[in-house]
Design a binder for this molecule. Sequence first.
Ligand code: ATP
Length: 551
Amino acid sequence: MHCFPCFSTPKSKKSPTRNETNDNETRPHARENKHAEEAEQLEETTLKTFTFRELATATKNFRQECLLGEGGFGRVYKGTLQPTGQVVAVKQLDKHGLHGNKEFQAEVLSLGRLDHPNLVKLVGYCADGDQRLLVYDYVTGGSLQDHLHDLKSDRGPMDWTTRMQIAYGAAQGLDYLHDKVNPPVIYRDLKASNVLLDDDLCPKLSDFGLHKLGPGTGDKMVALTSRVMGTYGYSAPEYTRGGNLTLKSDVYSFGVVLLELITGRRALDTTRPNDEQNLVSWAQPLFGDPKRYPDMADPVLENKFSERGLNQAVAIASMCVQEEATTRPLISDVMVALSFLSMSKEDGVPTTVPILSFRDKSMSIALSRHDSDLAPSKLAVEDEKSSTSSDKESSVDSMKERVIKREEEDSSSESDDGSGSNSDEEQEEDRNSLSTEPIDEKNQAQSLKINYRYSWEEVDVSDDKLSSKGSQKSNDESIYSCYDIDVDHDDSLRNKEKREEGDIHSSKSDDDQSVYFDDVSEDEISFHRIKSEVDVDYVEDDSGTSLHPVK
Ligand SMILES: Nc1ncnc2c1ncn2[C@@H]1O[C@H](COP(=O)(O)OP(=O)(O)OP(=O)(O)O)[C@@H](O)[C@H]1O
């Protein structure tokens, strides 16, 4: 499966939509503004309007054989538009609780602005009499639910990398809704059956933004009974308790989908024993015991995944499904972490997460905690003040050597048996040997960082001489920048005025070296792995020292 085009870093599209939520209704002159916006949207939209007759023709009069299925909003038919032959999915919204024409049109127009490779594209709509229909691109490969849980005999189970790629793509779609459109859009109904897959198994989220169009709008009880109950197992606790929906409720649902990908279990499975029916309730007690993570993995994977990749995927899922909404991570951090876990060995990149500039530091700490080799629980925690800087350097150096050695052993053992796991004794021995290393919070980050070899040379700009200091060749052609969690998303660096295009910042401290690439060609600051010398040939930091990637 090769669907990386879909997994490219999303462009920071600031959609000009302003009425994806109803907040404009509270503003002064809201009505006038709304009309102006609607007129503007109508002019700009690429959405097509269809007559009911056109869609009836496309779906052979909504014939049973064209019926794809029926969800909480109505029936969905496969259709072929004339005369273009474009294949579409036509969603016929249930009539009860329907909106007036104008209201419907306004919502549909704002949905039509959402455009991302990991979202199912709305092609057009029909508001004819009392008929309300939405027309989407037809997604060819079925849903994640079909691929994970209702596997047809002609399809083999998905491998680990494919699962992580699907999770990454879904995270990108969600990140677009949360972070790239203004105002943010809460998905509300993320679940495996709403993650559609194309022929390359590239995920596309469907059914976003429909809550304003479907039955139950404005009526909490109806909304809770007809929609939430239908998605029981995915809904965040705060939502099922009282309907308090936030972006973090989506993150919870995402965590459940990720758990499904890891475990192959359904979010809710009434065929299992009582204590295993709800996936999150079953998984919660296991989260605290990394030794049991391999037992959580889908048995059909036959242990064909790296132990660290599994640990970190479980760590991400466990963060997402935390009871307390505020402690769940941002989807942007989840997306960054998954971008690494979704890379296959064949791509010549590591399958675990290097230290990154997560927006929320808790993600890097949690991932380092869940790394089986370097988990703080297995490492003696020493007060930073009690260790001198040279002590720290030598301990980090020795750990670095061991981790590099361990990675080499890992890759040779993985190529031997494909399982990626050392023998239990070897693993235990490794952990014991590391357990004497002192570590503080900063070193936890370093311990993750040093799992990966990166390449750079330090250049003294003043006399224009290359002086090679401590450069590390990566084990493949890629070159990784390392990020210091202490310099992560400093708001001043996000300030566009202070940055220049293509600027590379580096940060140095006594025991750390960090580089990040600040790309201002997009609205958001973004962090890039430096892939080759062609990508960046000159890098300057505040002190006049340059970092120059080596081949
Ligand atoms: N754009 C699409 N391309 C292909 N199939 C689709 C598309 N949209 C929906 N479907 C299929 O149509 C069926 C009904 O979808 P729908 O989203 O209405 O319901 P659901 O996801 O099963 O439930 P819910 O409404 O509760 O989310 C599902 O089998 C879904 O996979």
